[in-house]
Design a binder for this molecule. Structure first.
Ligand code: PRP
Ligand code: URA
Length: 227
């Protein structure tokens, strides 16, 4: 993982799980726009979508590839690669749905399952309401989509749903914009073979279990349900 001076240092045993996007000036500039409390919603969505595309490419890069030769227009052989196994997406509704369009844009025929989990505003405990997954999910690599990892209550519940449907832990890649160190530890200690791709590790959680410096409520800002 690559970090900036501000990125909290994770314990060594967690660094294997976490793939932090390189903290390039472009990525930091995109984050600067979406963290601004005064940015208009269309700009928030546009720039969040750009980061989501970067995350999805990084997540796809973690999947297994196999050698694949093609012949080029000038008659030579290109020793290439192609995906070795099938993949699907699973979004954690609601905020995870913001990542579905990006996944469809890079993998047009992809199957997408949904797990509806809501975090109780008072207790911060997750509640599972609905699950619909591809029938053959146990034979696929799963990109689990949720832009926010705070306490990890939601992510742990979503991962448990996948495990209960026969998906091995090592075939799950959790794709996420913002993580809290507390959430990374809770998720990866419980599921040591899961991989997590993120674009930022935040400083900590506040007393309401929102991330700091954070972004506020991602789902509300993305879908326009904030005040
Ligand atoms: C948010 C977010 C994650 C969860 C993270 O969802 O999208 O799913 O909270 O918090 P945790 O790690 O402490 O569980 P929320 O339940 O607020 O619903 P939303 O997707 O409708 O915004
Ligand atoms: N959910 C969000 O949308 N933001 C946070 O900081 C924590 C949970």
């Amino acid at each position: 993982m690559t970090a900036t001076a501000e990125t909290p240092v994770l314990p060594a045993h967690l660094r294997e799980n976490v793939h932090l996007l390189p903290q390039t000036p472009l990525l930091r500039a995109l984050h600067t726009i979406i963290r601004d409390r005064d940015v208009p919603r269309d700009q928030f969505v546009f720039h969040a979508d750009r980061i989501i595309r970067m995350l999805l490419d990084a997540a796809l890069d973690l999947l297994p590839f196999e050698p694949h030769q093609v012949r080029t227009p000038v008659g030579h052989v290109y020793e290439g690669l192609r995906f070795a196994e099938r993949v699907c997406g699973v979004s954690v509704v609601r905020a995870g749905e913001s990542m579905e369009a990006g996944l469809r844009a890079v993998l047009p025929p992809v199957r997408i399952g949904k797990i509806l989990i809501q975090r109780d505003k008072e207790t911060v405990q997750p509640h599972l309401y609905y699950t619909k997954l591809p029938a053959d999910i146990a034979e696929r690599n799963v990109l689990l989509l949720d832009p926010m990892l705070a306490t990890a209550g939601t992510a742990r519940m979503a991962v448990q749903v996948l495990l209960d449907h026969g998906v091995p832990e090592e075939r799950i890649v959790f794709v996420n914009l913002l993580t809290a160190p507390e959430g990374i530890a809770a998720l990866c200690d419980a599921h040591p073979r899961l991989r997590l791709v993120t674009s930022s590790i935040e400083q900590r959680l506040n007393e309401n279990s929102y991330m700091l410096p954070g972004i506020g409520d991602f789902g509300d800002r993305y879908f326009g349900t904030d005040r």
